[in-house]
Design a protein around this ligand. Structure first.
Ligand SMILES: [Zn+2]
Length: 289
């Protein structure tokens, strides 16, 4: 890897927003950890182009891990450094870049969808695409075997449903079903601290809405639902690029998406069969019309 040219996305790092975040030391150089709220850690993977962010949310009796990232670094080793409490994994959705380390954890809550169950069987193809030339930057972790890299299967220990509360001891988070990006996409809402974890339904960056499992009408309903929460939200925490956004993005997201759906935005070509729609600071990668 040492001699490979540095890809463009990586040359743009670190993203300036990280300067104002509190970095937490971690032994594993694959991850960067930031304290984004009290007992709330963003676990960022800046050496892979997805720039995936998982969140460890620590209560008094247990901790929740909202996504497990790429499955390239040893996430379990990292969470063991950050908390001694039992950890329950909940996924924002089951795309490969959010479930890669699920296999390392004993307790995984899942939405009750066939899409989730199929993904829990693991896969190799999507994982392999993530480590092709230009997709990683810097050294892969010692002992990582690129030829063997795959999303390893995991066991779903129980199902969660829209509106359900998960109690971590002194902290309660509500599951908000936000299907659209995938059928099993959820957000997590913590009214006490005004935190809204949005997975891939919103993150600062071009939002991917082109895959076959994406449902644009469902996405439209989901972003409206999140926008209705905006008055109670202090911070929006998405699953890629930067672990903080203002709640003002939520109504903006609704307007941007409606404008696109109404055919009022000119598409820009973005590779085979795909186009980008830009509305102000918000953009969507979608199937070509
Ligand atoms: Zn996704």
């Amino acid at each position: 890897m040492g001699q490979a040219p540095v890809p463009g996305w990586c040359r743009a790092l670190p993203r300036p927003e990280y300067k104002s975040l509190a970095r937490v030391p971690a032994n594993d150089g694959w991850f960067e950890v930031y304290r984004v709220a009290p007992d709330t850690f963003a676990i960022y993977e800046p050496h892979q182009s997805e720039e995936t962010i998982s969140y460890l949310i620590v209560g008094r009796t247990r901790a929740m891990l909202f996504d497990t990232g790429m499955g390239i670094g040893n996430l379990r080793g990292l969470t063991d450094e950050l908390t001694q409490l039992p950890v329950v994994v909940v996924n924002s959705h089951t795309h490969n870049d959010h479930v890669g380390n699920n296999w390392q954890f004993d307790t995984v809550y899942s939405m009750d969808t066939s899409f989730s169950r199929r993904n829990a069987q693991g896969s190799r193809e999507a994982a392999q695409a993530e480590i092709q030339r230009g997709e990683t930057c810097g050294d892969l972790p010692a002992g990582f075997d690129p030829t063997a890299y795959a999303t390893r299967p995991w066991k779903i220990t129980s199902y969660v449903h829209d509106g359900e509360w998960i109690d971590l001891g002194g902290r309660r988070l509500q599951i908000i079903a936000t299907p659209g990006h995938t059928p099993d996409a959820i957000s997590l809402f913590e009214p006490e601290d005004g935190l809204l974890f949005t997975g891939d339904t919103f993150y600062p960056g071009t939002i991917w809405l082109y895959r076959p499992e994406t449902d644009l009408a469902a996405y439209d309903r989901s972003v409206r639902r999140l926008a209705a929460l905006a008055p109670q939200v202090k911070r929006v925490l998405g699953a890629h690029n930067v672990p903080a956004a203002s709640p003002t993005v939520l109504p903006q997201l609704v307007v941007a998406f409606e404008t696109v759906r109404a055919g009022k935005v000119a598409p820009e070509p973005a590779g085979k069969g795909k186009v980008t729609y830009k509305v102000g600071d918000i953009s969507f990668l979608m199937g070509a019309p």
